[in-house]
Design a binder for this molecule. Sequence first.
Ligand code: AMP
Ligand code: MG
Length: 500
Amino acid sequence: MSVRIPFINAYAALPDRFYARVLPTPVKAPQLIRFNHGLAQTLGIELNGADDAELAELFSGNRMAEGAEPLAMAYSGHQFGHLNPQLGDGRAILLGDVTDANGQQRDIQLKGSGRTPFSRGGDGRSPLGPALREYILCEAMTALGVPSTRALAVVASGEAVVREQMEPGAVFTRVAASHIRVGTFQYFALRRDNEALQLLADHVLARHYPDIDTQADDRYRQLFRAVCQRQAQLIARWMLLGFIHGVMNTDNMTISGETIDYGPCAFMDAYHNETVFSSIDRQGRYAYQNQPAIGQWNLARLAETLLPLFPGDEAQAVADATAILQDYVHMHQRAWEQGMAAKLGFSAVQEGDRERAEALLVLLQEGRIDYTLFFRRLSHCTLSGADRGALLSLLDLPQCRKTAPLEQQLNQWIDGWQQALQQREALPDAEARMLAANPAIIPRNHRVAEAIKAAEQGDYSVFHSLLAALEKPFSEAPEFAAYQLPPQPEQQVLRTFCGT
Ligand code: AMP
Ligand code: MG
């Protein structure tokens, strides 16, 4: 085999009870759909002239990469609020970790590679649709500047998987700073295994939080605060882009602060703060506006696992964790306010900015106005004499609820915003700031659905074109203009499925 992956296998060096060693189950006829050459290069993977057939063998799990120590990680998790003490990688196998070009450790994991000791009733496989969705969404998030797991490869398995109906299968290769989740800590806390908890926390400190002094008494408390900080910022980024994760279970929240597990996730088109896409989220637990609070709930579950490692007695540990969790709310608010300031062209947050932004969101919601395009087109309206035609034409889209009073209120809001901008900022800078904060192109749900549907019929060109359009989300390249547009009513896709 000519491909060389420089595995270091740091997770495999942890004790046996952290995982189960397991080999992928070969698939019938692996065919490479896409390989991420740029990412492979940063990971230090040497292709040595490998062709598509070789890559398909390797990234389907049919042939084991040299130096890999494949394993399925153990974890628990709260799923929709209910504790499941034993989850773990049921359809994923970690090949190993490498050190990338920036000196960062990264996991390489196959998803859909067959059963593991954690599969419970599942088949360990993945249909093609969810594999492509994850590929598209994680690469789009990365291009949008959001911390995220990455896509290295997707391979058609040549086998059918049985879900509600027969579907083509695929193996997806995911790259992550690590796959350690809140649920990984829960797994050991539930088993009262403090030794493993400390080993895990030390591994996380070294791997993800090297700035924390490993000699400090309060290092695990600092770790908890740092995780809260990253999640507060991450979820703020989601909110600012209109991203709805859809299944924020504690096993789907990383300790590194990367977005992980793109299942029923979607970006909203028309703004509404109660938007839910996931077909299984019947109560709207993971609705758009609930995400910051759910983040806090999940972090509280993490705090519970870390308390035995905090300094001081139990009462002190609980008081400290509670204070940090309260702080998370402020961390999130600050991140959101700063992000929203940039979306509106401001270089810094001032008093009244939050209220101004919230007033705009009320209007967007009332009019069911396209969230992404509104901010993008607003970016071209910083001058008081600017032509508002393109911006206000968004109200003529079929899904909008256009009324004369709403249009008037929007115009008033724009007047006030332009005045504030003129007082506080140099306008060319403000416009540049807005164009860098407000994407023109997001992976709109109907586009993702369209790419998956074509691929299921053997045509991958729609998938490749969509990925090309998503590479430069902040540019308005004419060849990708169509990707900016919201769906027509008959194109709307309002439900998404886990597809597991
Ligand atoms: P997820 O919905 O991807 O976060 O998965 C939740 C849990 O279900 C994890 O433990 C997965 O490994 C497991 N799981 C999901 N789909 C399958 C499958 N097809 N076979 C085995 N386990 C699965
Ligand atoms: Mg998961």
